[in-house]
Every structure is written in structure tokens, then in C-alpha cells.
Write a protein that binds this ligand. Structure first.
Ligand code: F2R
Ligand code: MG
Ligand code: MG
Length: 309
């Protein structure tokens, strides 16, 4: 159920993202995730550690808070902070190429050059820009600004258009989920059209059309067959948006659906969890799971502080 409390929504966005990441992480790379394994994880009592997705989401959220209202982001500082976070915690399950970018940044290479020369100069099309982008929705004043901040924060490591437009799409979806309009329960098509319009890239127009066509699916497996579930932005952001549109009023169901679709489970569940968490608020997240979530208090505080700004 949606909430009208902005602070609850902001906390829901950050905590939903982290919870999706932490619950999805044990299954990352599996083609299928049986329901009983997921039930077992949910019913457990141990800590739920997060991965690279949340490490970078935290860095971006802290950066936006430091910058203050209306000041957007500062790429050089953010690039350095991303790289320092990688160096501090190299065991968080990072993408293969992005580690090289961070290493080069710390060696003094400018982020534009380090990211731009990946893959023979085409840049990374991975979902790393999209997986960390949701906090920009907390400072953007409209969906257009969310798209712009999404593209700019994504380009720091992902210079391939698929990579940074993917970040813009997830940023727009997070902004709309926070704002509550268009309503994803009654205006799915309009929700996707606004995201596509704000992103403005023709490739994403057609990918979002495919999301619209997939809203009739009945299983996560079929959703993954139709939209993909891999580490590329085009193979994961559409699945995250579909997941949210199918379960807008239940962050728990959204996260479960994303994980059961297999593939890049931590990342798709994190992106879908951010969207459903933003709409429904932290109060709609399973309390038992939040108590087990690594970094829960810091994420809660950051949400509160960002909402205050
Ligand atoms: N890396 C992982 N998971 C695997 C290891 C986890 C294991 N449990 C462990 O603990 O070690 N997950 C994380 O990576 C994804 C985000 O990746 P990101 O940040 O986009 O990284 P990168 O390296 O830029 O891209 C990922 C891969 O995509 C392929 N690729 C990208 N652009 C390409 C291009 N232009 N041409 C060809 N291939 C390209 C490469 O294989 C990259 O390594 C998230 O899932 C996060 O959870
Ligand atoms: Mg990860
Ligand atoms: Mg992942």
C-alpha cells in the first residue's frame, strides 16, 4: 500500500534496495531459484549482508547529502568515492570491468578516460550504473532532472549508452514511484511512457514497450524469458520495472518475484525493491528482515536526512 510520508518513502527506497540486494545475493547467477530456498532464507535468523549494489548506493546517497539541496552531483568527487569504496571492500562481488575503472581512478587516471576505454572504447553496458542510482530520485525536483542525474552518475563508470540510459530509466522509475503519479496500479502504460519520454533514448522506448507487453506474465521464469535477467542494463532494468508494475504494493512480493526470475538476482531485486520501497515506505518492509539487514540503521538515517533536505 502506498504511503504519503516522504521520510517513510525515502527510507523505503534505500532499505528496499538494500534488502533486495541482500536477499538476492545468495542466488546470483542461478538460472532458477526454487521457492523453498527463498522461504528458507527469509525464515532464517542470520545477518543479511549486502553486496556492491548497496555499497555504491550508499556512496551515492552520502554524496547527495553532502552536496546539499539543489546542488546535484559532482562527478570527480563521486568517482573518487566510488573507487575508495571498492578499495575498502574488494570482496563485495564487483563486476569484472568496473574494478579496473576504480583501480585506474585511484592510480590518477581521470574517470572519463578510465571508463571510456573499456571494451575497446565502447564502454561498459553493465547494470552497475542502474543498480546504484535510486537515491538521485530523492533530490531531483522532477522526472527530467532524475533522468539527467541518472545519466551523469551512470557515465562515471558506464559510458556505453545502454549503461547510462539504463541508469536514467531506473532513476525516472524511482522518481515516479516516490511521487505516486502516474499510479503504477492503474496507469501502467502511462508510467512506462513517462519513463521512456524522460529517458529519451529510442532503444529504451522499445525496451519499455516490451515491458508493457509482458505485464500479462504469470511466472517469474516467463518474465525472465521475455525480458532477460543478466548483468547488462538492457537485460535487467526492464525486468525490474516489470516486477514493480506487477507488485507495486508489496515490496516483499516484488523482491521475491525478482529473485525467483533467476540470473542477476541481487541486482534486479535491489532495483525492484527500491521502486516498491519508495512507493510503500519502509514501514511496509518485513520488520524481521530489516532487523537482519547489514547497515540497516545507516540506511534508515540516510533516508530520513535526505527526505529532510
Ligand atoms: N559481478 C557480480 N557478480 C559476479 C560475482 C559475484 C560473486 N558472488 C562474488 O562474490 O565474486 N555482480 C555485480 O556486477 C553487476 C554489476 O556490474 P557492473 O558494475 O556493471 O560491472 P561491469 O564490469 O562494468 O559490467 C559487468 C559485466 O558485463 C559485461 N560487459 C559490460 N559491458 C560490456 C561490453 N561493452 N562488451 C562485453 N561485455 C560487457 C562484462 O562481462 C562485465 O564484467 C551486478 O550484478 C552486481 O551485483
Ligand atoms: Mg551485487
Ligand atoms: Mg548482481
Amino acid at each position: 500500500m502506498s504511503t504519503h510520508d516522504p521520510a517513510d518513502r525515502a527510507r523505503g527506497l534505500l532499505l528496499g534496495a538494500a534488502l533486495g540486494d541482500a536477499l538476492g545475493a545468495p542466488f546470483e547467477g542461478r538460472s532458477r531459484v526454487p521457492e523453498d530456498l527463498l522461504d528458507e532464507l527469509e525464515a532464517g535468523t542470520g545477518e543479511l549482508p549486502y553486496t556492491d549494489d548497496t555499497v555504491l548506493t550508499l556512496v551515492l546517497a552520502e554524496h547527495l547529502l553532502d552536496r546539499g539541496a539543489g546542488n546535484g552531483l559532482h562527478e570527480d568527487t563521486l568517482a573518487e568515492n566510488f573507487a575508495l569504496a571498492w578499495r575498502a571492500e574488494p570482496g563485495r562481488g564487483w563486476g569484472g570491468a568496473v574494478r579496473d575503472v576504480f583501480g585506474e581512478i585511484l592510480a590518477g587516471v581521470h574517470w572519463q578516460r578510465a571508463a571510456g576505454r573499456l571494451f575497446g572504447g565502447s564502454g561498459s553496458f553493465g547494470n552497475g550504473g542502474a543498480m546504484r542510482v535510486a537515491p538521485v530520485a530523492l533530490v531531483a525536483s522532477d522526472v527530467g532532472e532524475a533522468a539527467e542525474l541518472g545519466r551523469r552518475s551512470g557515465r562515471i563508470t558506464h559510458t556505453h549508452p545502454d549503461g547510462f540510459h539504463g541508469a536514467a530509466v531506473q532513476a525516472c522509475a524511482a522518481w515516479l514511484a516516490l511521487s505516486g503519479s502516474p499510479d503504477p496500479t492503474t496507469e501502467r502504460r502511462r508510467f512506462l511512457d513517462v519513463v521512456a519520454g524522460a529517458c529519451g533514448d529510442p532503444r529504451w522506448f522499445s525496451l519499455l514497450e516490451q515491458v508493457d507487453s509482458a505485464t500479462g506474465v504469470s511466472t517469474p521464469e516467463r518474465a525472465a524469458e521475455l525480458l532477460g535477467n543478466d548483468v547488462s542494463a538492457v537485460g535487467s532494468v526492464p525486468l525490474a520495472l516489470l516486477t514493480f508494475l506487477l507488485h507495486p504494493d508489496s515490496p516483499r512480493e516484488a523482491v521475491r518475484f525478482a529473485i525467483r526470475a533467476g540470473g542477476d538476482t541481487d541486482t534486479v531485486a535491489s532495483m525492484a525493491g527500491a521502486l516498491a520501497g519508495a512507493r510503500c515506505g519502509a514501514t511496509a518492509l518485513p520488520e524481521r528482515q530489516l532487523r537482519r539487514l547489514e547497515g540497516c540503521s545507516r540506511l534508515y538515517e540516510l533516508g530520513t536526512e535526505l527526505a529532510r533536505r
